[in-house]
Design a protein around this ligand. Structure first.
Ligand code: ADP
Ligand code: ASP
Ligand code: MG
Length: 420
C-alpha cells in the first residue's frame, strides 16, 4: 500500500466524460489499496476564459479580485470529481486550497507556497476517503485567497506530496511525459525517461510548460520525485529526480522555446556608474521579472539597454520604464512583443565545448537571425523573431541528433549526442 498524489491538468478534466475517466483512475488506485490524493486544475480553457471575462469588465483588474475570480475554476472541478467518485461507490471529499492547508505569501496572482498544514488531508485519508484538492489556489496570512501563477496546480501537487510525505507524485497531462522538445512543434521529439532536477529547472524556466518552474524548484528543495505521464494511457512517463552519480549525462537533453516574453529597449542612457542599478532597481520595485539583459555602449558616452520580461509583467514594466527614462534623461524607449526565445538545455554541456558554436551555425543555416544571447552552465538561449520560432526549434532538434529517427540510427539511448 502506498500514499499517492495524482495531479490532473485542464485537458484531462475538460468535460464530464473525462472527469468520469479520472474518477475511474482514482478509484482503481484506491481499490489497489492505496491512500489517494488528487489535485486538479480548472476544466479545459476555463482559466483563459475567466481572464478574458475580467478584461471585458476592466482594463486593469485589481489583483485581489483576479485571484477571487481565477480560484473559482478549480473549485468547479473538485466538486464534480468528488460527485463522480461518489457515484461509483467510493468515499471522496473535495477541499479548496485553503481547506487543504495550502498557505502562501500575499503576492496576488503569483503567490508562493510557504507552508502546507495537511492535517485535514491526513484525517480524510484516515477515514478512507479519496481526497480531492483544488490546485493553483492558496490562502495568505491575512486570510486572502491567492493563486500561484499559470500552471500552479503542478506546484500544489508537489507541495501536498511533500506535506504528507507521499510515496509518489504523479503529474497526469495531455502528453506522454517530458519530451526533447514540445511534441506539438517537433513531431519527431522523443520522450525522456529520466531527467535531473537541474535540467528540468532549466527546461521549465526556458519554456517547457509541461511542469511549472516552481513545482520543480519545490520538488528539488524537498526531495519529491515527480512522475510526469499521460492521463490517456498507462505508459510510464518521465521521472524527474536528483541526478544519479555516475549516470551518463546527455550533452543536450532538449530544445525549448518561449513566445511569452517581450523585449524593451531604452536608448541613449547616460553611461555612468549607477545607471543599470537605477533601471533594474525601478523594475524590481514594480515587481517586474527580468530575464535577458544586453547593454551596448554607443558613441558619445551614451549607452543602450535591452532586456526581456514576461508579457504578463509588461504593463508594470511600461510604467517603470517611463519613470526611469524621465529620471535619467534617456532619449527614447520601445517595446517589441514579436520576439521568441529558443534554448538548448543539457547537463553534458558543461564538459563539451562547441555547443554554442553548433547552435549558432544551425540557426544561421536555417536563416534565423539572433537578437540576444544568454548562457548558464547548462543552457544557451537566443532571442529571435517570433515568426522563426518553429523553424529554429526544429533545426536545433535535428542538428543535435535529437530526432527520434536520428537517435536510433546514430546515438545510443539516453545520450542526447550531437556532433560537437
Ligand atoms: P496541463 O493542463 O496538464 O497542466 P500543460 O498544457 O500545462 O498541461 O502542459 C502540457 C503541454 O506542455 C503539452 O501539451 C505540450 O504541448 C507542452 N510542452 C512544451 N514543451 C514540452 C516538452 N518539452 N515536453 C512535453 N510537453 C511540452
Ligand atoms: N488553471 C490554472 C492555469 O490554467 C492552473 C493550472 O492549470 O495548473 O494556469
Ligand atoms: Mg500545466
Amino acid at each position: 500500500m502506498a500514499l499517492i498524489v495524482q495531479k490532473f491538468g485542464g485537458t484531462s478534466v475538460a468535460d464530464a466524460e473525462r472527469i468520469r475517466k479520472v474518477a475511474r483512475r482514482l478509484c482503481a488506485a484506491r481499490e489497489a489499496g492505496n491512500d489517494v490524493v488528487a489535485v486538479v486544475s480548472a476544466m479545459g480553457d476555463v482559466t483563459d476564459e475567466l481572464l478574458a471575462l475580467a478584461r471585458q469588465v476592466s482594463q486593469s483588474p485589481p489583483e485581489r479580485e483576479m485571484d477571487m475570480l481565477l480560484a473559482t475554476g478549480e473549485q468547479v472541478t473538485i466538486a464534480l470529481l468528488a460527485m463522480a467518485i461518489h457515484s461509483s461507490g467510493h468515499e471522496a471529499i473535495s477541499l479548496t486550497g485553503p481547506q487543504a492547508g495550502i498557505l502562501s505569501d500575499a503576492s496576488h496572482t503569483k503567490a508562493r507556497i510557504q507552508e502546507v498544514r495537511a492535517d485535514r488531508v491526513r484525517e480524510a485519508l484516515a477515514e478512507g476517503r479519496i481526497v480531492i484538492v483544488a490546485g493553483f489556489q492558496a490562502i495568505s496570512d491575512e486570510g486572502e485567497i491567492t493563486t500561484l501563477g499559470r500552471g500552479g496546480s503542478d506546484t500544489t501537487a508537489v507541495a501536498i506530496a511533500s506535506g504528507i510525505e507521499a510515496d509518489v507524485c504523479e503529474i497526469y497531462t495531455d502528453v506522454d511525459g517530458v519530451y526533447t522538445a514540445d511534441p506539438r512543434v517537433v513531431p519527431t521529439a522523443r520522450k525522456i525517461d529520466v531527467v535531473s532536477y537541474e535540467e528540468m529547472l532549466e527546461m521549465a524556466a526556458s519554456g517547457a510548460r509541461v511542469l511549472q518552474l516552481r513545482s520543480v524548484e519545490f520538488a528539488r528543495n524537498h526531495g519529491v520525485v515527480i512522475h510526469v505521464r499521460s492521463s490517456f494511457n498507462d505508459e510510464p512517463g518521465t521521472v524527474v529526480e536528483e541526478a544519479q552519480p555516475g549516470m551518463e549525462q546527455a550533452i543536450i537533453s532538449g530544445v525549448t522555446h518561449d513566445t511569452s516574453e517581450a523585449k524593451i529597449t531604452i536608448r541613449d542612457l547616460p553611461d555612468r556608474p549607477g545607471v543599470a542599478a537605477e533601471v533594474f532597481g525601478t523594475l524590481a520595485e514594480h515587481n517586474v521579472n527580468v530575464d535577458m539583459i544586453i547593454q551596448n555602449v554607443s558613441e558619445g558616452g551614451r549607452s543602450d539597454i535591452s532586456f526581456t520580461t514576461p508579457e504578463e509583467d509588461l504593463a508594470r514594466a511600461r510604467r517603470a520604464v517611463a519613470e526611469v527614462v524621465e529620471e535619467l534623461g534617456a532619449r527614447e524607449w520601445s517595446v517589441d512583443e514579436s520576439i521568441a526565445k529558443v534554448s538548448l538545455v543539457g547537463a553534458g554541456m558543461k564538459t563539451h565545448p562547441g555547443v554554442a558554436a553548433g547552435m549558432f551555425r544551425a540557426l544561421a543555416d536555417a536563416g534565423v537571425n539572433l537578437d540576444m544571447i544568454s548562457t548558464s552552465a547548462i543552457r544557451i538561449s537566443c532571442v529571435i523573431d517570433s515568426a522563426d520560432v518553429e523553424k529554429a526549434v526544429r533545426a536545433l532538434h535535428a542538428h543535435f541528433g535529437l530526432d527520434a529517427s536520428a537517435v536510433t540510427a546514430e546515438v545510443s539511448p539516453g545520450c542526447g549526442g550531437g556532433e560537437e
